[in-house]
Design a protein around this ligand. Structure first.
Ligand SMILES: N[C@@H](CCC(=O)N[C@@H](CS)C(=O)NCC(=O)O)C(=O)O
Length: 219
């Protein structure tokens, strides 16, 4: 059986978890925190989460895991068959990761964990988030899903990156990044009613105390 290594607070972990649930694939969750011990690095070469354990070994990097699932497993497809439409969905997922998730992530320590981030990094994050959301507004279809009429990998990145980026922008810059994107906001609300998304949110809440204790022990 497929085994998903990681922890339920991780947004990347939850992207893969939602893919597995939407595809209706059986899988086991294995609690695994990021780190640099030899044991961790033997499973995840850069010490990051998530990792998927399959019959032949471990697969790391969320986008690669999602591609593996798409190519090797049955269940609801999360990419269109048409090569051009598929490319659009993949480009949207990549744009969300590069231009929204990663800039926002640089400010997570201040936005969520009571630490401070240098002003120069915050300035860069703010500028990049504004460009990233403008790009999403231009490229996203929101008809009703990010890449068109069905749920795709772009929605996985959207659901687990955009709200975190919005929280960063609201807390640190007092900006509402979705102010001019009502269709994107409506999609988030719709996705929050999905029963798999609700299960993931419940698991995240349950895992939060242990995660915060782990962070506190590292400060
Ligand atoms: N490029 C990786 C990023 C995964 C990632 O950053 N995961 C976070 C948890 S949400 C993590 O492991 N952070 C620990 C670290 O960066 O050391 C992927 O796509 O899977």
């Amino acid at each position: 059986m497929l085994k998903l290594y990681g922890f339920c607070v991780s947004n990347y972990y939850n992207m893969v978890k939602l893919a597995l649930l939407e595809k209706g694939l059986p899988f086991e969750e294995v609690l695994f925190y990021p780190g640099t011990t030899p044991e961790t690095l033997a499973i995840s070469p850069r010490g990051k989460v998530p990792v998927l354990c399959v019959e032949q070994g471990f697969i790391n990097e969320t986008s690669v895991i999602l591609e593996y699932l798409e190519q090797s497993q049955t269940g609801t497809p999360l990419l269109p068959d048409n090569p051009f439409e598929r490319a659009q969905a993949l480009a949207l997922a990549k744009e969300i990761e590069l231009y929204i998730e990663l800039p926002a992530r640089a400010c997570y320590p201040e936005a969520f964990f009571g630490m401070s981030v240098p002003e120069a990094i915050k300035d860069k994050t703010k500028a990049e988030l504004l460009l990233g959301f403008a790009s999403l507004g231009r490229h996203g279809k929101f008809a009703p899903y990010v890449a068109g009429d069905s749920l795709s990998v772009a929605d996985l990145y959207f659901l687990y990156s955009v709200p975190m980026a919005c929280a960063v922008a609201r807390k640190l810059f007092d900006i509402d990044l979705l102010a001019e994107m009502p269709a994107a906001r409506a999609l988030l609300e719709r996705l929050e009613h999905n029963r798999h998304v609700q299960r993931i949110a419940k698991d995240k809440d349950a895992a939060m105390p242990a995660f915060l204790a782990m962070i506190a022990s590292k400060k």
